[in-house]
Design a protein around this ligand. Structure first.
Ligand code: NAD
Length: 249
């Protein structure tokens, strides 16, 4: 029997990178998954890979209407939501001197308001005893140039794990955050960086990481699986750092 047999999980950003890898890990452990993302083609491709245990819902985490449709679809197909991975996010980097208000608003709209709304609109759909996992980042504790808006957005998400827990723990709902270091996903190309810039940034970061490499998405997924399953039944409001030792050594 799998660690998530009979459970239903909703995963935002489940059509790419960390979210997709987590969807695969959850399905392998017996879960039904509802993946949510903006791009229909990658949602369709992901559902085909994941098989019958998965459905895809297209939408944007900044839209209440889309989120309501997400939870309605999850309940209609599977009846309940036992795990929620509020993972969708964007990377958008700019030096403080050049950063526009649009840049700041874009990052906070998706990474902060999007996570806030994802959990808020899902409260009624979540079953008692559910597990909620939020994606923050080690950047919430590291000062890195050009990352002021992104890192602050992830610090807000770290805080949500505590405050959402305080509100939801009476229903047995545990909220925790996963905090990855650099992970090899499409997020860097989406951030508008060129291949050369990604390679230079990657080499610079990898050099500082004790394990000397980026994480593979599945290495984050296995930590999310721990937080989503009863293996972490006494873990509440915390942040699980998965960063190859970057922030510790
Ligand atoms: P990714 O680009 O592969 O995946 C991000 C997903 O979020 C995509 O499916 C995208 O469509 C979705 N998304 C973005 N904006 C959305 C919106 N407005 N509405 C709905 N969906 C939206 O990148 P990833 O690396 O897998 O990122 C997943 C999470 O991990 C993000 O929150 C990111 O900040 C965080 N993270 C990534 C890294 C890394 O190095 N890759 C490190 C730390 C934290």
């Amino acid at each position: 029997m799998g660690k998530l047999s009979g459970k239903t999980a909703v995963i935002t950003g489940g059509n790419s990178g960390i979210g997709l890898s987590t969807a695969k890990a959850f399905v392998d452990e017996g879960a039904n998954v509802v993946i949510f993302g903006r791009d229909q083609k990658s949602l369709d491709d992901a559902v085909e890979t994941l098989g019958e245990a998965a459905i895809g819902v297209r939408g944007d985490v900044t839209s209440d209407t889309d989120l309501d449709a997400l939870y309605a679809a999850a309940k209609e197909r599977f009846g309940k939501v036992d795990a929620l991975f509020a993972n969708a996010g964007i990377a958008d980097f700019a030096p403080l001197a050049d950063a526009s208000v649009d840049h700041f608003d874009r990052v906070f709209d998706v990474n902060v308001k999007g996570v806030f709304k994802t959990v808020q609109r899902g409260i009624d759909a979540l079953s008692d005893g559910a597990s909620v996992v939020l994606t923050t980042s080690v950047s919430n504790t590291k000062g890195m140039a050009s990352m002021s808006a992104y890192s602050a957005s992830k610090a807000a998400v770290r805080s949500f794990a505590r405050t959402f827990s305080a509100e939801l723990v009476a229903r047995g709902i545990r909220v925790n955050a996963i905090s990855p270091g650099p992970v090899a996903t499409p997020i860097y190309t989406r951030a508008g960086l060129s291949e050369d810039e990604i390679e230079a940034m990657g080499a610079g970061m990898a050099d500082q990481i004790p394990l000397k490499r980026f994480a593979e998405p599945r290495e984050i997924a296995s930590a999310v699986l721990f937080l989503a399953s009863s293996d972490s039944s006494y873990v509440v409001g915390t942040e699980l750092v998965v960063d190859g030792g970057w922030t510790q050594i």
